[in-house]
Design a protein around this ligand. Structure first.
Ligand SMILES: C[N+](C)(C)CCCC[C@H](N)C(=O)O
Ligand SMILES: O=C(O)CCC(=O)C(=O)O
Ligand SMILES: [Fe+2]
Length: 379
């Protein structure tokens, strides 16, 4: 065991791992990891940001022949003489222990009061289309709250599409690219009726549910039809605080969702498999909630004793999601476009009368995150 001290740094090595303390964080690195992540010119192509080193050629039990640290760096000399230098703050940021402490995506989880008191502004169509800073603010709010609004949008499908192109790419599905639908039952789904829809996320029956949903109500001559929004992460957090074993079950048990459509020319059969709560295993952070009781398929992925416990856990989550104080009700009107994080915020609607025409689309998540990062946001 070697030991070296600097003001902020302590290091210790054992057989296959290296221990470092830096800025109050104790980190452990496997030597094979330290060799694999070498950013020297021969191991890493800094033009393409791609690894050059062939990981399969690294001796799994590799140990450095020599290590040395200064205030900012650690230098490892490998048995073949190759030298790897790591900046200590880079290591701190990229260590498991560092990841464990920080959220992948910081959120403000909300109920109706929290969201309303925050008085989150809507973006304005003109500025949104012409000014990257307005777009950046909008995306920042969307990342924090999982919903964001643009107002003053011309009430057309075309303008709505133009708007979404600032944010991401349209995710084409069997419903098409842009949809413009009404209660005509042209498709085999309750969305195409006047009935109320309880809170849910969409496309739970895809292996990767759509990342973002956009709604623009182009027309409504009648009553009802308000939109319900509920922050699923807020309710999931309540379950975690109250009954961790229920949270655990919802995060561990894979279930199926299914879409079977046989209406006129539309023949679709989709199946998606995954838990209700999708969490990063290293920090338990929820990154996606799949919740749609209409589209949930037969449960045949778990034995009967666990099934019973799963229903208890599902009931607790549902109870949280249904608390009136967690419900944000809004009336969509022509000109007001809502973007909904379909991995986080559940939507629903009140039953309605009269002609109601809703347009919108799904957007890909990766391309939205890409836009956000390109504007300098942490995403
Ligand atoms: C949005 N749009 C009207 C196109 C489709 C609605 C799909 C509804 C479906 N049950 C789901 O929740 O995924
Ligand atoms: O009609 C609405 O407001 C929304 C219906 C719905 O849930 C959907 O289209 O995904
Ligand atoms: Fe929906």
């Amino acid at each position: 065991m070697s030991c070296c001290m600097s003001r902020r740094l302590q290091q210790q090595s054992s057989c296959r791992t290296h221990k470092l303390s830096y800025g109050g964080l104790v980190m452990h690195f496997a030597y094979v990891w330290l060799r694999d992540h070498c950013h020297s010119a021969s191991c890493f192509n800094s033009k393409t940001n791609q690894r050059n080193l062939d990981t399969a050629n690294v001796e799994l039990n590799i140990r450095p022949a020599n290590t040395r640290v200064d205030d900012e760096n650690i230098f490892l000399t490998w048995p073949d003489g190759h030298v790897t230098r790591y900046n200590l703050s880079w290591l701190a940021q990229n260590s498991y222990e560092g990841q464990k402490q920080s959220a992948m995506q910081p959120h403000i989880i909300w109920n109706s009061d929290i969201y309303t008191s925050a008085k989150v502004p809507s973006a304005n169509w003109d500025k949104f289309m012409s000014c990257d800073d307005e777009l950046k603010k909008f995306l920042g709010r969307f990342l924090l709250y999982g919903i964001a609004f643009v107002e003053g949008v011309p009430p057309t499908v075309e303008a709505t599409e133009t708007l979404t192109q600032r944010v991401s790419l349209i995710r084409e599905t069997m419903y098409g690219k842009m949809w413009n639908f009404t209660s005509d039952f042209s498709r085999g789904d309750t969305a195409y009726t006047k009935l109320a829809l309880d809170r849910h996320t969409d496309t739970t029956y895809f292996q990767e549910p759509c990342g973002i949903q956009v709604f623009h109500c182009l027309r409504h001559e009648g009553t009802g039809g308000r939109t319900l929004l509920v922050d699923g992460f807020y309710s999931a957090d309540k379950v975690l605080q109250k009954t961790p074993e229920n949270f655990e079950l919802l995060a561990q048990v894979p279930i199926k969702h299914e879409y079977i459509e046989n209406v006129s020319d539309h023949h679709n059969h989709m199946i998606g498999i995954g838990p209700v709560l999708n969490v990063y295993p290293w920090n338990n952070e929820v990154y996606m909630i799949r919740y749609n009781n209409y589209d949930r398929a037969v449960i045949n992925t778990i034995p009967h004793d666990i099934v019973k416990r799963w229903y208890v856990a599902h009931r607790e989550l549902t109870t949280e999601l249904r608390k009136p104080e967690n419900e944000l009700w809004i009336k969509l009107k022509p000109g007001k476009v809502v973007f909904i994080d379909n991995w986080r915020v559940l939507h629903g609607r009140e039953s309605f009368t009269g002609l109601r025409q809703l347009c919108g689309c799904y957007l890909t998540r990766d391309d939205f995150l890409n836009t956000a990062r390109s504007l300098g946001l942490h995403a």
